[in-house]
Design a protein around this ligand. Structure first.
Ligand code: SAH
Length: 347
């Protein structure tokens, strides 16, 4: 960020009603805010001078008061195996985050980060090793979409909040981002095409359920009993498995959206038949789906797993009547799992 921008208002982090208020405070008519909004979120211009239906004088006033933030592409890695592209973005303050563009049968999905680093301390996760630096602003979450669409010339059809960070630990900014993203007069993305992945911050799951956005909730479960789960996920000491499942049931009842449970398979830790049986008991009566992910090796940890063990565990679950699939691993040649690139870069 330039010195100049430091005191200016980050216009891409404002909701439409906040923008209307600010524009009226500048002595302008309310409808001008909608015009600006459309330039920002439909045309996605990066400069007030491009807003050709506003007078030059008003544009000048806008650039005195507001700034339009942008992200810099520090690195772009395209997979040779599939169509996955991983971006390392530099934020206005020099920090880095990762965004991953993935191609599926039905379109393109973008995995976005919500924090610089993470506080949650999951033992198998690269994002948490360097610790937490700060929350992303609504505009920094949104810009991962806008900048990636601009660079790739692709329209993203679904968003997963599954990159670096814990989205429910940055709740207010994530909510603001979702409201900007889905605003009918702007970018207009249906929130039914958004998934949010959480390690299980229970009170915020209730809050999100009460918003009733229609977002798919993905819960990083990874283990079925408190002892095992606490060993690999410290958040479990605060919100245990039963509390988490209760919150998921509340989410399901409120939103009628099937919950997706992430299960990173780690050899010798969570891959036994006993755990498959516990999973069946835990999810009994719930509309849910288990996504098995062979744990991605990160160089700081010894955990390992393979596609074969994941398929074996899936078979156990299927035979028990639990709805489960093995997640397709994309971009393995470009370390597409979250946190790995930023980690390489910041050493
Ligand atoms: N904080 C959120 C979202 C970011 S992590 C969460 O915990 O859900 C996105 C997903 O990747 C989570 O399910 C996380 O547990 C998983 N993950 C992290 N490191 C991994 C690794 N090395 N191998 C496989 N999955 C991993």
């Amino acid at each position: 960020m330039t010195e100049n921008n430091r005191e200016k208002i980050d216009i891409l982090s404002l909701s439409l009603s906040e923008l209307e208020e600010k524009i009226q405070q500048l002595g302008e008519k309310k409808f001008r805010a909608l015009q600006i909004w459309q330039w920002l979120h439909i045309k996605k211009v990066r400069n007030f001078d491009k807003m050709s239906n506003l007078s030059a004088q008003f544009r000048g006033k806008l650039s005195d008061v507001f700034c339009i933030k942008s992200l810099i592409i520090s690195k772009r890695l395209a997979s040779n195996i599939d169509n996955t592209v991983k971006y390392l973005y530099e934020l206005p303050d020099g920090n880095h985050i990762e965004t991953v563009l993935m191609k599926y049968k039905y379109g393109y999905s973008l995995c976005v980060s919500t924090q610089v680093g993470c506080k949650m301390g999951c033992r198998f996760c690269a994002s948490t090793i360097a610790g937490y630096k700060r929350d992303l602003t609504p505009s920094e979450i949104l810009l991962q979409i806008y900048e990636t669409e601009r660079d790739s010339e692709i329209k993203v059809s679904s968003i997963v909040l599954m990159g670096i960070g814990e989205p429910l630990d940055n709740f207010e900014n994530v909510i603001k981002f979702l409201e900007i993203l889905s605003n009918k007069d702007g970018n207009n993305m249906s929130l039914r095409h958004v998934s949010l992945s959480t390690c299980g911050i229970v009170p915020r799951i209730y809050d999100l359920a009460d918003k009733n956005y229609g977002i798919t909730l993905s819960v990083s479960l990874h283990a079925t009993d408190d002892k095992k789960r606490s060993e690999i996920m410290p958040v479990n000491d605060k919100y245990n498995v039963n509390e988490l499942i209760e919150a998921c049931k509340y989410y399901l009842n409120k939103t009628k959206r099937r919950i997706s449970f992430e299960y990173a398979l780690i050899d010798g830790i969570n891959d036994s038949i006993e755990q498959a049986k516990q999973l069946k008991i835990l999810l009994r009566g719930m509309q849910s789906h288990v996504n098995i992910i062979p744990v991605n090796k990160i160089k700081e940890r010894k955990f390992s797993s393979s596609r074969e063990s994941a398929v074996r565990f899936q078979k156990m679950l299927t035979e028990l009547g639990v709805n489960a699939t093995v997640r397709r691993t994309l971009g393995t040649d470009i370390d597409a799992a979250c946190g790995q690139l930023r980690r390489e870069y910041e050493i």
